[in-house]
Design a protein around this ligand. Structure first.
Ligand SMILES: N=CN[C@@H](CCC(=O)O)C(=O)O
Ligand SMILES: [Zn+2]
Length: 497
């Protein structure tokens, strides 16, 4: 990431807070902490943080040339981070950097070139041309949302299981009776690659329309090598041809396949699946990013989980797994020990597990839709935040939790997990990007990052969370690498407050 060079970045919080990726304080142009204390400028209150506007005299030469996109004059431009933080935790997650009356430029390479006060940007880019200019007066601009946990490649409808659950059946009762993941595995094995790709593409488009611009996508409904590879090829194809960003996860240990014991399945994964993935990575055919295991009573125990995750790590995959969902398994402690990037669910995590995750900087990916649909006890988001865990969010889109919408996920996190709206947005942007190892390029609106953005038709960004299910009317544009990939004509004429 280049350091800011235009001297217009706003400040947030105190120097020394948060975790910077090394945009040095005192660098020319000034990330937060390097602005001279006597610099002229306006202070604008936002969530308790002063936002400083530097005077034009500190600006470098005007920027000429051609650029991809200019977003002009947004009522609020929610940077989330302004100092190159890798993640936001503790109180940093509760106070986000927001600019008022601000503009933003994305270059032809799809990266953010400038962000700052509208008048400053106007002057600086007065000689420039843009492929597209969007007037954002009265609107808010946010970073593209990051969905840190989804299972979007599958066949077979499980709506009947929703009815069974409403009638009192538990998730594990359905699973043990051969339904749940087993049902989906049966149908996914039978489906052609083309069928899987077509439904997956449609699901990704729906995710994009709810503001997600980077999503984690798991395999895990094959369980045998053939179908796991089929799923991963489908994900790889979408990586190449879709606008939405994808972090792919091999989840061959999502369930113990029928006819095998957990020990046999573990051996098969370690001896056959992972070597094949290593080979395909070398030939460039399939490049998987993460490894996942469903560490749960009656699925994979702690020892099998350890063996699989370690073997995945040994071939260069990031550890990112399901843990402590229905029973306390000591998954969090294991993840911390193995250097996991992230652990999802955590409804049953112990206090020691929370502390271990905080120390290891292992992100907790909380999944409010699952806890809600299965009427589970809620994960202890407040305790995690207090202890310094990096809290992220995911939709967990899958046939059990059929929800694409990160705005709804944030709303549920606020109401059911007692997170503030700032904490929820941090969890659905920079912290979710961290959980995928991508916070150097995604998760905030900062110079050098990918120009992934959401524009909402409201003058307060919090409406994206507050209006439960209202995102369809609120989101007017979704932008990836500075290119408009979704435009909602309807919402221009709607009253959105
Ligand atoms: N808990 C394990 N896996 C999924 C559910 C998968 C399914 O039921 O198909 C989850 O994260 O919620
Ligand atoms: Zn899951």
């Amino acid at each position: 990431m280049p350091s800011p060079s235009d001297g217009r970045l706003v400040s947030k919080g105190q120097p020394g807070q948060g975790q910077s990726r090394g945009r040095g304080q005192g660098q020319a142009g000034g990330a937060v902490g390097s602005l001279p204390s006597s610099a002229p400028g306006d202070f604008e209150p936002n969530g308790g943080h002063p936002l400083r506007r530097q005077s034009l005299c500190s600006l470098p030469r005007a920027m000429a040339g051609r650029h991809r996109l200019l977003l002009e004059n947004a009522q609020q431009l929610v940077l989330v981070c302004a100092r190159g933080e890798e993640y936001l935790r503790r109180q940093d997650a509760g106070s986000l950097a927001v600019l008022r009356d601000a503009s933003l430029v994305v270059g032809l390479d799809g990266c953010i070139k400038a962000v700052g006060q509208a008048d400053v940007i106007r002057n600086q880019f007065s000689g420039a041309t843009f492929e597209r200019v969007i007037d954002c007066s009265g609107k808010c601009v946010l970073p593209g949302l990051v969905d840190a946990h989804t299972h979007p490649v599958w066949a077979g409808d499980r709506v009947h299981e929703f009815a069974m659950k409403l009638a009192g059946a538990s998730y594990m009762e359905i699973h043990e009776a051969g339904g749940g993941i087993h049902f989906t595995v049966e149908h996914t094995r039978k489906a052609t690659e083309e069928e899987l790709f077509s439904t997956f593409k449609h699901r990704l488009e729906r995710m994009l329309r709810t503001g997600s611009t980077l999503v984690e996508c798991k395999s895990g409904y094959g369980l045998n090598l053939e179908t796991e590879l089929k799923m991963l090829r489908v994900i790889e194809r979408a990586k190449q041809c879709m606008d939405i960003g994808i972090s792919s996860t091999y989840c061959g240990a999502h369930s113990v396949p029928k006819g095998k014991t957990a020990a046999e399945a573990t051996d098969d994964i370690i001896n056959n699946h992972l070597p094949k993935l290593k080979e395909l990575k070398l030939t460039g055919e399939i490049c998987v990013n993460n490894i996942d295991v469903f560490c749960e009573k009656g699925v994979f125990d702690l020892e099998s989980t350890r063996r699989i995750l370690q073997a995945g790590k040994d071939i260069g995959l990031q550890i990112n797994f399901h843990g402590d969902e229905l029973h306390p398994m000591k998954s969090a402690e294991l993840g911390a020990e193995l250097g996991a990037r992230a652990i999802s669910h955590l409804e049953e995590v112990t206090d020691e597990g929370i502390k271990a995750m905080a120390r290891a900087k292992c992100a907790a990916v909380l999944l409010p839709t699952t806890a809600y649909m299965l009427r589970l006890k809620q994960p202890q988001a407040r305790k995690m935040l207090e202890e310094g865990v990096i809290v992220a969010l995911g939709s967990d889109f899958n046939p059990n939790a059929y929800c694409f919408s990160m705005p709804m996920v944030m709303h549920l996190a606020c109401v059911n997990m007692k997170m503030s709206m700032n904490e929820a947005l941090a969890a659905a942007t920079i912290n979710a990007a961290y959980a995928l190892g991508k916070s150097d390029t995604h998760g905030s609106i900062e110079m050098g990052k990918q120009g992934d953005l959401v524009i909402i038709n409201s003058s307060r960004w919090e409406h994206l969370i507050y209006q439960f299910g209202g995102h369809e009317a609120l989101i007017s544009y979704v932008i990836v690498k500075g290119k408009v990939v979704y435009q909602n004509e309807r919402c221009e004429t709607m009253i959105s407050y």
